[in-house]
Design a protein around this ligand. Structure first.
Ligand SMILES: C[S@@+](CC[C@H](N)C(=O)[O-])C[C@H]1O[C@@H](n2cnc3c(N)ncnc32)[C@H](O)[C@@H]1O
Length: 289
């Protein structure tokens, strides 16, 4: 991301549109990780939940179903395009569950109701703050005493084959990317578990645990497809979303097409049983107010 682009601009621009367009495949690809998040959070029916960086609403809708009619979910995001998809989906998919209030808000500074939420959850939505200590202190205030924060974030890039494999194919086709500062907002902001622990402790959290999670992700909407189709779908997924898409952000259509063809060819060699599976490495983080 260019230095002058704020997170709000980034997630309301092309990136937000791409995430909104790919909502169905994102939720399918991340499904094994979503299971881990919900098992770890162990939400209780009727206990209010705040979903941070809710994106297109998958976790908020699932939380609404777990909570049932007497619960309450608030889901916050800075991205207008993603919230529009989330609201549309919730109208159809969260019927009978807890009501969901989607709000366009910066979770770092938004004045959430104090001490009302039993859980704050996030699937990859808390790594993008300018001031992480201030942001987590703000989220802590929204929790009831004894309430829990549970989130997923990425371990280092090098441990995530679903990113390193296509990245290695694309790198020779584009100019050398600028290294991103490890302490700036971005997907690998919390790659180092000591950083997570330090930030959460400084924000006032107690009983902090950081557990490594490894899962294979089936990329794209490739279940049951022929090998070529599965490889194409998986290539589109990694090139539209996440760190590899950032390599192509300023490239013209010809470079993008060469990248897509090269990644699809690599994935076709790896496809098995109609799908492309590569490893993902995350942290499951839990902390108490
Ligand atoms: C990697 S996406 C994850 C979205 C969603 N949780 C999911 O798993 O599909 C990160 C999300 O965090 C949101 N975000 C980034 N900075 C934010 C902030 N300061 N406050 C609220 N949301 C933020 C983005 O708009 C984006 O929807």
């Amino acid at each position: 991301m260019a230095e002058t682009t704020t997170q709000r601009e980034y997630w309301n621009g092309d990136a937000g549109e791409r995430w909104a367009r790919n909502q169905r495949s994102i939720d399918a690809v991340f499904a094994p990780l979503t299971e881990i998040l919900f098992t770890g959070a162990a939400l209780r029916p009727d206990a209010p939940v705040l979903d941070v960086g809710c994106g297109a609403g998958d976790c908020a809708i699932r939380a609404s179903r777990v909570l049932g009619g007497r619960g309450r979910v608030v889901a916050a995001d800075v991205s207008g395009p993603l919230l529009a998809v989330a609201r549309e989906r919730a109208a159809l998919e969260a019927l009978g569950g807890a009501p969901i209030g989607f709000i366009e808000a910066d979770a770092q500074t938004h004045a959430f109701d104090s001490a009302v939420f039993e859980h704050v959850i996030s699937r990859f939505g808390v790594m993008f703050f300018d001031d992480s200590v201030a942001a987590f202190a703000n989220l802590r205030r929204a929790l009831v005493p004894g309430g829990r924060l549970t989130f997923l974030c990425w371990r280092p890039l090098a441990e995530n084959a679903w990113i390193t494999v296509p990245r290695a194919v694309v790198l020779p086709l584009v100019p050398e990317p600028e290294p991103s500062p490890p302490d700036g907002p971005g997907p690998f902001r919390f790659a180092d578990p000591e950083v997570i622990g330090g930030i959460l402790a400084a924000a006032g959290f107690l009983d902090i645990t950081v557990e490594p999670i490894d899962r294979d992700l089936r990329l794209g909407l490739s279940g049951g497809a022929a090998t070529g189709e599965a490889a194409d779908s998986a290539a589109r997924f990694v090139l539209e979303l996440g760190p590899v898409s950032r390599l192509l952000r300023d490239q013209d259509d010809e470079v993008r097409e060469r990248a897509r063809t090269a990644v699809a060819a690599d994935f076709a060699r790896r496809a098995e049983a109609g799908g492309v599976q590569l490893g993902a490495a995350c942290w499951l983080v839990s902390a108490m107010r």
